[in-house]
Design a protein around this ligand. Structure first.
Ligand code: DP6
Length: 346
């Protein structure tokens, strides 16, 4: 087991309904995308996906049991959570309570360092941190695989943020359903990657990724063919990672992301997350490539662009992207750590 794997397991002294726990998790960016669920309740995807966990924008979440309280209390970035955000957290806590056989409500405080709901994977770091803190507070005895499965119930991409570096989330099969759908770390020794993240719009998106996925699966005539090609992309990606071929990793990631956005554009009505600013940055990525620098783009449920490159090229790539981004913030990220507890907090 790699050290990172071990660090995500709840230590014995934190077990037994600690009552209170704090966990930190980082966002991840998918190089092979998750787009579409075959089971909404259990959050089971149609396809496998593969991501890199970042070393920037962590989420820190504290869960405290609240004996006697009749409801959960949730604070996100200092403000009380409401509506859909509150509903998702309390639904997730209900899953944890059912597993723990406890009825006590909880107080959740979560601080994101990344804009929430702007296609920057805040739900991945958010639910990975919540899963770990809640599991420890309610006394669940989970290994990293079980924690990944649990985090998945909050947000699919959170299953991958349990792990550092590169992680593969298995869709699972219809027979093994919940048990077979979890993430695991993927070795990628020979690649020394960076992701240059251009935050072109930090505002909340109009259509949530949850709704956009549903609409794509239900109405896009391109969805099935993207899912089939994504399965082939995943095999190619694993081979490229194991031989340390960053150019192939980037090419596969870029085509997979464009394919995902094509399926959305063909949905009825269309879902369009990419903006004119996105295409300006994409042009700069093409220019970098023409001039001989390995740089490849990927976009999620928002207009922001993440550019995969060699770590040694990252500052130069960031300078070119920064110019194209016309004053928008541009960050350089490397592979980051898995979710971890911040020590006992009884
Ligand atoms: C485009 O994990 O946020 O970022 O499971 O409905 O919470 P839910 O969706 P979420 O979707 C992420 C979609 C994506 C691609 C990816 O991260 O694989």
């Amino acid at each position: 087991m790699c050290p990172d794997h071990r660090s995500t397991v709840i230590p014995p002294r934190a077990r037994g309904a600690a009552g209170s726990a704090v966990a930190v998790a980082h966002p991840n960016i998918a190089l092979i995308k998750y787009w579409g669920k075959r089971d909404e309740q259990l959050v089971l995807p149609w396809t496998d996906s593969l991501s890199m966990t970042l070393d920037i924008f962590p989420t820190t979440t504290r869960v405290r049991l609240a004996p006697g309280a009749s409801d959960d209390t949730v604070t996100l970035d200092g403000a009380p959570a409401r509506g859909e955000a509150l509903r998702r957290v309390t639904a997730f806590l209900a899953v944890v309570r059912a597993r723990a056989g406890l009825r006590q409500r909880a107080v959740v405080d979560s601080e994101n360092t990344v804009p929430t709901g702007a296609g920057l994977a805040s739900s991945a770091s958010g639910f990975a941190a919540l899963a770990l803190a809640a599991a420890a507070a309610y006394g669940l005895d989970l290994d990293a695989t079980a924690l990944s499965r649990l985090a998945r119930r909050g947000s699919g991409s959170a299953s991958r943020s349990v792990f550092g570096g590169f992680a593969l989330w298995h869709a699972g099969t219809s027979e093994d359903a919940d048990r077979g759908s979890y993430a695991e770390r993927v070795p990628a020794e020979g690649v020394d990657p960076a992701l240059v993240v251009a935050i072109l719009d930090a505002g909340r998106k109009d259509v949530s990724s949850r709704e956009a996925m549903r609409r794509t699966v239900d109405t896009s005539p391109l969805y099935r063919s993207w899912a089939a090609s994504s399965r082939a992309d995943l095999l190619d990606m694993r081979a490229a990672l194991s031989r340390g071929d960053l150019d192939a990793v980037g090419e596969i990631a870029e085509r997979n992301a464009f394919g995902m956005h094509a399926t959305m554009l063909a949905a009825r009505p269309a879902v369009r997350y990419l903006s004119p600013a996105t295409f300006t940055v994409l042009d700069s990525v093409l220019r970098l490539r023409r001039e001989g620098t390995a740089a490849y783009a990927t976009m999620d449920a928002g207009p922001n662009v993440k550019v995969l490159c060699r770590r040694a090229d990252a500052e130069r790539v960031a300078a070119v992207v920064r110019e194209a981004a016309a004053g928008a913030p541009v960050h350089v990220a490397g592979p980051g750590p898995g979710a971890r507890l911040m020590g006992e907090d009884r």
